[in-house]
Design a protein around this ligand. Structure first.
Ligand code: 2HL
Length: 469
């Protein structure tokens, strides 16, 4: 029978974990583990995506006779030996009605937590199922992905907010300033949805429809993001090299109101801005009831963006906003969707500012850098056992590799405390329960806290009043 990894939780783990029930000390009755970001690219981490994993994989009667049988057969083939913990899984089936006897406690979704703080803990709730805690590590650590996308996206929001503070009348446009172009560059439809939802924690502009679906299905959000009619090269180039003006006119005719975005670099972006938009279609642009967003899509972004703005200025003029920076007429904006990342954003906005252009004039699109150019190491996400009960004795468990002090793990039962605006992880069970911010989100097959996307967004919101440093 083909393995149905897509449904069978017993198959969603690393092979070596299938043998781990035989490797703990005799009479181990509790294994307690935690997840953290040990720090990496970003000092703070937006915690997001655990609820997706819990709802998709852990809630309800996830263990069945058929799944146990399928796993038993597959692992016999895989190892060439019978290591599978059939008795352990049958015990869960019989004594817990197929529900997982574990407790997961976590910081609220959307929380922004400095690295090296505990983000969630996992423990078995039935002493016979000590082996289950770390069986779930493989799946639970995959939260690194939505978390890291949400974090990387939020750091770009802070950059854009800074430049809006410095050069724009207000920050009203901030939610739409970074648009997700990353669907095609994602590893899979599922990962596009998960990562794209991570981006939508911070923004409301996306072309990754899978992300809308994840926010709707797993975070009770009817519509988490928006987009508009936009051209791609094929809808321009199929009109022929001499047909670019007709292609542009067709767009303006089919989409006579609202925002419409037209990629304009198919042949010569300078000619398109200067002669087509700036002369041949000038009055069409000026009279249209909406905003034309011109999209360059090649060349060195800092140079192209500023040169396009200056050409459009020459043709359509500008006004000075309250901060003294130039602003194109409201019917005209640009979007830069090529080469956009956390690393390049500032240089583009700085180049604009140097030539007195407000950040108000531009929207960004980001694809691979937003959803794909990340890995578990970006934020050094790790899952480690810190406490066990062995022969009824509490044991603080830890690792402290002489070869890498940075991999030292925390000891004992952990609490994440928040006081005076600071998070603090307290180890060895010495925390103050009154200051503990953790929520029990899952226990014995049940999701106990169901965060809405609005709640997640509120928790992750940046300080909009903070003047740029
Ligand atoms: O080229 C686009 N998508 C794309 C997708 C995949 C690969 N390449 C490009 C694309 C998509 C959306 C675009 C775009 C260009 N140019 C402008 N937009 C729309 C953005 C949508 C949201 N924006 C709004 O201001 C806004 C729109 C609706 C409601 C409220 C605000 C700002 C612009």
């Amino acid at each position: 029978m083909a393995s149905s990894i897509t449904e069978n939780l017993l198959l969603v783990t690393d092979s070596y974990k299938v043998t781990h029930h035989l490797q703990y000390p005799a009479n181990t009755t509790a294994v307690y583990s935690y997840f953290e970001s040990r720090g990496g690219k970003f000092a703070n981490t937006v915690f997001f995506g655990l609820q997706y994993i819990i709802k998709k994989w852990l809630t309800g009667q996830v263990i069945t006779k058929e799944k146990i049988q399928e796993a038993k057969e597959l692992y016999k083939l895989h190892f060439g030996h019978d290591y599978f913990n059939e008795a352990g899984w049958n015990y869960i089936l019989e004594h817990h009605n197929g529900c997982l006897p574990v407790r997961i406690r976590a910081v609220p979704e959307g929380s922004v937590v400095p690295y090296k703080n505990v983000l969630f803990t996992v423990e078995n709730t039935d002493p016979k199922c000590f082996w289950l805690t770390n069986y779930l590590e493989t799946l639970l650590v995959q939260v690194w992905y939505p978390m890291t996308v949400a974090t990387n996206s939020r750091y770009q929001k802070e950059i854009i907010a800074k430049f809006l503070h410095e050069t724009a009348d207000d920050l009203k446009s901030l939610p739409f300033k970074l648009h997700d172009f990353g669907f095609r560059g994602s590893t899979s439809v599922e990962s596009a949805g998960i990562g794209g939802a991570g981006h939508l924690v911070n923004f409301q502009g996306t072309d990754t429809i899978a992300a809308i679906c994840v926010a709707r299905k797993y975070y009770s959000c009817n519509i988490a993001g928006f987009s508009v009619p936009a051209a791609e090269h094929s809808t321009i180039t199929t009109w022929g090299r001499d047909g670019e003006k007709e292609a542009f006119t067709n767009m303006m005719t089919h989409f006579p109101t609202g925002i419409v975005s037209i990629v304009s670099d198919s042949y010569d972006i300078w000619n398109a801005c200067e002669n087509v938009w700036g002369q041949q279609l000038k009055s069409l642009v000026e009279k249209r009831d909406g905003t034309l967003v011109i999209r360059p899509d090649s060349g060195e972004p800092t140079e192209v963006v500023v040169k396009v703005l200056n050409i459009l200025d020459d043709k359509f003029g500008h006004v000075k906003n309250s901060k003294g920076f130039k602003q194109l007429p409201p019917y005209l904006r640009i979007i830069q969707g090529d080469g956009i990342s956390y690393e390049t954003l500032s240089s583009i906005l700085e180049a604009m500012k140097k030539q007195n252009w407000s950040a108000e004039n531009i929207v960004f699109g980001s694809g691979g850098a937003l959803l794909q150019k990340l890995n578990r190491d970006t934020q050094k996400c790790a899952f480690k056992c810190s406490y066990a009960l062995i022969n009824g004795k509490e044991v603080n468990v830890y690792k402290q590799p002489v070869t890498d002090p940075g991999k030292k793990s925390k000891k004992g039962r952990l609490t994440l405390e928040y006081s005076d605006g600071q998070y603090k992880t307290v180890e060895e069970g010495k925390g103050d329960p009154k200051k503990d911010v953790f929520v029990t989100v899952f226990e014995n097959g049940k999701l106990l806290r169901d965060y809405t996307f609005d709640e997640v967004r509120a928790n992750a919101e940046i300080d909009l009043l903070k003047k740029p440093s």
